[in-house]
Write a protein that binds this ligand. Structure first.
Ligand code: CO
Length: 480
């Protein structure tokens, strides 16, 4: 049985009347034989079935589905594997209608009435008798799989059948690492897209303390019980072999953090796509959102690009722009681009799944600009710069890592800055011209900057008024 995390609503499934049961239907329709002796080959069968079930993202599998006419099933609804040989339904109570799919009938979901609670008996892989009491989703999976042993498919019992749209049948392998990527992944999953495996960077020490932490993408994958691979090196053969077993239609990367070897580009059946947070060919590289803000860009966007061997050089499948407001920060642009990516991906994936010639627009390489990773030194404000540039720097590093100034030997982070209209009164770069409830005004190379919020070391960020209550910052002093 498949896992309709994508309920019917999320899958936007369409009603259907007739289904093609494929070439496997003959064995699926024959009652399976009881297992007479439990031996190594039955144990091997169980191992194979579990592996197939997990690779196919199923929650249950019956032996006839892999071409073996024996009464053997496996189920895992998230609480660990259950293996049953010669299972029998010994009690069934209540009735409940729910949505099911089946690995043997891909792209079809149905509403099926099942007993709400069941008792099932059978043998484990060592021949010991076991009893299982199950309810809800677990009970449904057991009934679905036991039906398979009698040649019965869920489509026989379904009150209504639905066809899953082609883009939601795509077998996706997702590669990414940071928060941006994690949120795009989560939105895809919530919309019912089928992600079979996730590749993310190994756990690394993050934040305070030195304990290795999973990447944000790994956390989402774990929430959705998606197999996660974390190779130290992408060229690792075991990783590639496992990825091939998922038979991906699409390899979707979003801020993985490394250039992909050519072998990865050849993995998927349809395309290797990259979600990039800029209007390519502008801002190729690791930090497109920060660099756009640093430059004071008034527009950015998302490019959905076919991956090539170069860095962000591939042809464009889809591209959409959003304006950057004057008051916007890295945080707000980042979040709006996540939403934009989540809107564009369903369309991009639909084009891939349904069009024989999906759009493919080459980039104008002559116009390419680059957005290298941010160096820590870049977060330090140079007061000799024009006020506009300083304000852009503060926006680009808000909320993290925060633009830094140094005041009386303390490193302060500053936020919520605006350019102050030129006035007669102008100090030397870094001089504090005014400090009051409406902010700290500092002279820049040209013009001055009003800082609305500050963050002392080890404290939360606070308004200028709150800061001035606790710290003796005053006009006439300097930021170095
Ligand atoms: Co099934």
């Amino acid at each position: 049985m498949t896992n309709p995390v994508d309920s019917l609503r999320h899958a936007n499934a369409r009603p259907i009347v007739c289904i093609d049961q494929g070439p496997e239907s003959e064995i699926l329709r024959k009652p399976a034989e009881p297992v007479k002796r439990i031996n190594r080959s039955i144990q091997q069968l169980l191992d194979d079935m579990l592996k197939t079930m997990y690779t196919e993202r199923g929650v249950g599998l019956a032996a006839p589905q892999i071409g073996v006419g024996k009464r053997v099933i496996v189920v895992d609804v998230g609480d660990g594997p259950v293996e049953l040989i010669n299972p029998e339904l010994t009690r069934a109570e209540g009735a409940v209608v729910g949505t099911e799919g089946c690995l043997s009938i891909p792209g079809v979901l149905g509403e099926v009435e099942r007993a709400e609670r069941v008792q099932v008996t059978g043998l484990d892989r060592n021949g010991r008798k076991i009893w299982i009491e199950a309810e809800g989703w677990f009970a449904r999976a057991l009934q679905h799989e036991i039906d398979h042993l009698d040649g019965v498919l869920f489509t026989d019992k379904a009150q209504r059948l639905f066809e899953v749209p082609p883009e939601k049948r795509l077998r996706i392998v997702y590669m990414g690492t940071p928060e941006f990527s994690a949120q795009v992944l989560e939105r895809l999953l919530r919309q019912g897209f089928q992600v079979y495996a996730v590749v993310t960077q190994p756990d690394r020490p993050r934040g305070r303390g030195q304990k290795p932490q999973p990447s944000p993408v790994k956390r989402v994958a774990e929430d959705y019980m998606i197999e996660t691979l974390q190779p130290e090196r992408l060229s690792d053969e075991a990783t590639l072999a496992r990825l091939r077993e998922f038979r991906p239609d699409v390899l979707l990367t979003c801020a993985y953090g490394k250039i992909l070897p050519k072998t990865y580009l050849q993995l998927p059946k349809y395309a290797a796509l990259n979600v990039h947070a800029s209007l390519l060919p502008a801002y190729r590289g690791a930090a497109p959102i920060q660099r756009a803000l640093l430059d004071g860009a008034t527009e950015t966007g998302i490019s959905l690009m076919y991956m090539s061997e170069g860095m962000d050089e591939g042809d464009i499948l889809l591209q959409r722009a959003i304006p950057i407001g004057e008051d916007e920060t890295f945080g707000s642009v980042h979040d709006r681009l996540i939403e934009l990516a989540a809107e564009m991906l369903p369309e991009g994936l639909r084009l891939l799944a349904t069009e024989s010639n999906p759009p493919r627009i080459p980039q104008d390489h002559a116009r390419a600009t680059y957005a290298p990773r941010i160096d820590k030194a870049e977060t330090v404000i140079d007061w000799r710069q024009p006020a506009e540039a300083i304000v852009n720097r503060i926006r680009a590093f808000d909320p993290a890592p925060g633009a830094q100034v140094s005041w009386q030997g303390r490193a302060l982070k500053v936020f919520a800055a605006t350019v102050v209209e030129a006035s007669d009164e102008h100090g030397r770069p870094g001089e504090i011209i005014a400090a009051g409830d409406d902010g700290v005004v500092v002279a820049a190379g040209t013009g001055s900057v009003r800082i609305g919020e500050l963050q002392p070391p080890g404290r939360r960020r606070m308004t200028a008024a709150a800061f001035l209550n606790g710290y003796p910052l005053a006009a006439g002093q300097f930021f170095d």
